[in-house]
Design a protein around this ligand. Structure first.
Ligand code: 6R9
Length: 645
């Protein structure tokens, strides 16, 4: 077993930190005992309002009802841009670093105001109204942030679809939320390779007759298909527009955006967030957990297609008037020192990334890190999946040279902002632990029957009361939100994660307890991948599980049963991988496929995934009871023919 070493707060660091241990204790207590008082003060401090609220919070988990700052009026884009202009018009809001190291841009708050204003006017000219959904399928270029902010400015609800998703996935998401406008680019650039966004969009839009307008950013200038009655160049659309566009007054609870995420069953869900609570959650956590200080250069390496990109590239940092860095490329291009070269080039203070990236960089050794000084770094963060203590220590010792605390931040698309994490000036760090709850967050661990466990224990992680940036609905299917999150255990929000709590009250997330995989920090449902596989004519049945993977955290392991008479072959394996790429996207491709003449099933026909997980993980001595299987012999057959790795 790896020996875990605690890291107490460094007094040098704590001197200028936003929160001390004492303050954390006092505020946490107040946030639970006098929540209205606590949150009202923070809502005034962190956001500008055009009209105050009438009540701070009302909620009923059983009915899936939550309101924060009822009747209050504000605009998210105004809070991210306009209110900063007087003091920070000439301060850089967004540093954009291109895939090619020779390309970068600095966009000031004033320029951001003008770019977003022009696009807002262009969207209004296209007939986009408050409440309309606009889909974004974008590379990591400044226009992605402009588009999100322009939607927020005019009260449209954006739905960002990650650029790595397939046309099929894009189509499903556009149709599900009934988007009538799509914003995309001719191509994206990542790691020196181009991504055919417009071509993918064209394939998707062939099945989306209601999309009347597709705005296209010219990124690479590649040849692309064009539909004159639908497609408009972004630069043409904004060319004659005024930079001034009044920000629409929004209600606290007006929908702000939808973001699709995978669950254990069915198609991905459109998680809906509303305006005030989301903005407060992202701004406050950015300040206290990512310890934002005036003048900081903040770099979150996520893609805007994920919640981390929403909250910590765009909304949280900009609400706080920060300089946020947006990176088009990947950490290993042109080589494994890219991140540190960018850190030195732009004097980055805070670097926030995923464990999978840390492990990938760690596997390249220390040389690429040492090539650059990293002298500007003060704080490091991780998000997306459990971080193994070895990777944590490497990040802390090699990247941060023991000078930078590492904040391991646990949260979800549904939670909107960070929920469990240390505050770097307040908490002893324990590598691998997400540590303690943020203000107002009341976590608990329950057993499978819903009984709350006390003290040091392990169980299912639930949250016992509402918090401002909480999910408000699943778009178009409110009942599905109630069923998924608020029905498993009464009167609590169920996270789908398991966790352990130690004797100091620290939380250690152990991973999903449902059929959701976390591959390189990307969430995907096993059911989605299985459906993609069985679409192939040769496949009779498929069962997908996760298995431990050194870099990705979890790999995708698919057991595939072929139709009678079909022989397995390398060509067929490739066809199946392509099928998954086509249906979902390359990120969901199985790492291993095992041809399975049969799957272990109960007598009632349920696939015993527990056994499949054990076989995939090579944990053969803990298979458990297999006597209830309809055909126990299947298990030995699967063990003898495990996929090569
Ligand atoms: C922000 C984000 C959510 C799932 C979540 C959990 C896993 C996220 C983690 C973590 C351990 C952390 N997860 N952060 N597990 N430690 N610090 O990633 O949202 O894409 O919705 O994924 O990711 O399993 O349930 P999302």
């Amino acid at each position: 077993m790896y020996k875990i070493k605690n890291h107490p707060v460094d007094p040098d660091y704590a001197k200028d930190a936003n929160i001390t241990e004492q303050q954390y204790q006092a505020w946490y207590k107040e946030s639970l005992e006098q929540p209205d008082q606590f949150w009202a003060a923070r809502a005034k401090q962190f956001l500008d309002w055009s009209k105050p609220w009438s009540s701070v919070n009302e909620y009923n988990f059983a009915k899936g009802e939550t309101t924060w700052f009822k009747d209050g009026k504000l605009n998210a884009c105004y809070n991210c841009i306009d209110r900063h202009l007087e003091k920070r018009g000439n301060q850089v809001a967004i540093i954009w670093e291109g895939d090619d190291p020779s390309e970068d841009l600095s966009i000031t708050y004033r320029q951001l105001y003008e770019q977003v204003g022009r696009l807002s006017n262009a969207l209004l000219a296209q007939g986009v109204k408050k409440g309309d959904r606009v889909c974004l399928y974008m590379p990591m270029i400044p226009e992605a942030a402009y588009a999100m902010l322009a939607c927020a400015r005019i009260g449209a609800v954006h739905s960002v679809v990650f650029g790595g998703f397939s046309p099929e996935s894009l189509k499903d998401r556009i149709l599900d939320s009934d988007c009538q406008v799509l914003i995309t680019a001719d191509e994206g650039l990542r790691g020196g390779r181009s991504i055919a966004l417009k071509e993918n969009a064209d394939k998707a839009l062939a099945h989306c007759p209601d999309v009347r307008c597709c705005l296209v950013v010219k990124r690479t200038g590649a040849e692309i298909g064009w539909n004159n009655s639908r497609d408009v160049w972004y630069h043409d659309a904004v060319a004659d527009m005024s930079p001034d566009c009044p920000a629409q007054e929004m209600d606290s609870e007006d929908p702000m955006f939808i973001l699709y995420t995978s669950g254990s069953t069915g198609k991905p869900k459109g998680v809906m967030h509303t305006t005030a609570g989301y903005m407060l959650g992202s701004a406050m956590t950015h300040r206290y957990i990512l310890d934002y200080r005036e003048g900081d250069i903040f770099w979150c390496t996520a893609d805007v297609g994920w919640i981390t990109g929403h909250s910590y590239i765009v909304y949280g940092p900009l609400a706080n008037g920060a300089t946020t860095l947006m990176f088009e490329g990947v950490p290993t291009y042109p080589d494994a020192s890219r991140c540190w070269q960018v850190v030195d080039k732009h004097k980055v203070n805070t670097f926030y990334t995923a464990p999978t990236a840390i492990r990938a960089l760690m596997s390249q050794g220390n040389e690429p890190v040492k090539k650059f000084s990293r002298a500007s770094l003060r704080l490091l963060g991780t998000v997306g999946e459990p971080i193994n203590p070895e990777a944590w220590e490497w990040y802390y010792n090699v990247v941060g040279e023991t000078r930078c605390p590492v904040v391991d931040t646990w949260w979800q698309t549904e939670t909107g902002s960070i929920m469990i994490a240390p505050m770097p000036g307040a908490h002893t760090l324990k590598p691998g632990s997400a540590t303690v709850p943020f203000f107002g967050i009341e976590p608990a661990l329950v057993d499978n029957d819903g009984n709350e466990l006390q003290g040091a224990c392990e169980g299912n992680l639930v949250i016992k009361r509402s918090w401002p940036s909480q999910i408000r609905s699943v778009y178009g299917d409110h009942q599905r939100m109630i069923d998924t999150y608020f029905s498993t255990y009464p009167d609590t929000y169920f996270t789908g994660d398991g966790a352990r709590r130690d004797e100091d009250g620290y939380y250690w997330i152990t991973g999903r307890v449902d059929d959701v995989l976390n591959v390189s920090g990307h969430r995907m449902g096993t059911a989605e991948i299985e459906s993609a596989l069985v679409l192939h004519d040769a496949v009779a049945e498929a069962a997908v599980v996760g298995y431990p993977h050194d870099i990705k955290g979890q790999g995708v392991y698919a057991y595939v049963t072929l139709m009678a008479g079909i022989q397995p072959s390398e060509a067929l394996r490739k066809e199946l991988l392509d099928a998954v790429s086509k249906e979902i996207g390359a990120i969901a491709k199985p790492d291993l496929i095992q041809w399975a003449p049969g799957l272990p099933k109960t007598r009632s026909g349920k696939i015993m995934r527990r056994i499949l997980r054990k076989i995939a993980a090579n944990e053969l001595d803990t298979l458990g009871d297999t006597s209830t299987l309809a055909d126990p012999a299947v298990v030995n057959e699967l063990i003898d023919n495990r996929a090569n790795r």
